[in-house]
Design a binder for this molecule. Structure first.
Ligand SMILES: NC(=O)c1ccc[n+]([C@@H]2O[C@H](COP(=O)([O-])OP(=O)(O)OC[C@H]3O[C@@H](n4cnc5c(N)ncnc54)[C@H](OP(=O)(O)O)[C@@H]3O)[C@@H](O)[C@H]2O)c1
Length: 230
């Protein structure tokens, strides 16, 4: 069964970028939105959603704060969106940034989802915002060691979760948002890099999450609807 709005939706990394755009879209259509972030933004404060600050998904303190802020909240859709991109090439491998990305992009979404399982029930959904840069088949250009490794690890964790939660009828969606005009791919303050806006990515992603059923749990999708290869 696809999600029927209004729903209760929890989004990590919701103060800017794609997370903020999804929070805005869901708020506009009448969902109850819990926008989790490390620090809110003027735009997020203006939305009128439930803003929950000090949620660093990669720390136990942050996870505990989220669990306590969401105590008793029945979640229809948990969107693990928070992520980071660092840049290591073969000529400048940096173990610290590789581990940092593994922590934030792979381990944190798994542990965060695990910590909130008691808020989910049959018909609830978990979405992971990953990247096609974590696709082994799609890797034709190399580099970006930490980001690629962390998103590939996230993908396999999400598939295990899909299998483990199957009997509880909790569906898991795994999504590449596209090449999106956010600060992640623009460090000059001008959002010139990227094929689509964060608003367009959010519309596509939320539509796919609405349409997600148990028949497609654990499938890796581009926001344009294509199924991506691992
Ligand atoms: N933009 C693209 O082209 C693209 C492509 C493929 C996949 N993605 C994925 O899409 C997701 C959203 O990225 P975006 O493009 O919107 O990037 P963004 O504008 O850089 O936003 C990243 C968000 O993640 C949050 N975040 C980072 N580390 C965190 C942590 N430890 N705890 C809590 N929040 C944390 C950031 O919060 P702060 O403000 O506190 O730093 C921010 O809200 C990421 O998972 C990214 O990997 C993006």
């Amino acid at each position: 069964m696809s999600t029927i709005t209004p729903s209760t939706i929890v989004i990590t990394g919701a103060n800017r970028g794609i997370g903020f755009a999804m929070a805005k879209l869901c708020q506009q259509r009448g969902d109850t939105v819990y926008a989790l972030c490390r620090q809110s933004s003027i735009a997020l404060d203006a939305l009128g959603v439930n803003v929950v600050e000090h949620i660093d998904v990669a720390t136990q303190v942050g996870v505990n704060k989220a669990v306590s802020a969401l105590k008793g909240v029945a979640i229809d859709l948990l969107i693990n969106n928070a992520g980071i991109l660092r840049d290591e090439q073969l000529s400048d491998l940096n173990q610290d940034t590789i581990l940092e990305q593994f922590n934030v992009n792979a381990l944190a979404p798994l542990c965060f989802s695990h910590a909130l399982l008691k808020n989910l029930s049959a018909g609830s959904k978990i979405a992971f915002i990953t990247s096609r840069m974590g696709s082994i088949t799609d890797n034709t250009s190399g580099g970006r060691y930490g980001y690629r490794m962390s998103k590939a690890a996230l993908n396999i964790a999400a598939v295990s979760l899909a299998r483990d939660l199957h009997d509880e009828s909790i569906a898991v969606g795994i999504y590449h948002p596209g090449y999106v005009q956010t600060e992640m791919v623009n460090n000059d303050g001008v959002l010139s890099n990227g094929d689509i806006s964060a608003d367009t990515a959010a519309e596509r992603l939320i539509t796919l999450m609405d349409q997600l059923t148990m028949a497609e749990t654990g499938v890796f999708k581009h926001s344009n609807g294509e199924t991506l290869p691992w």
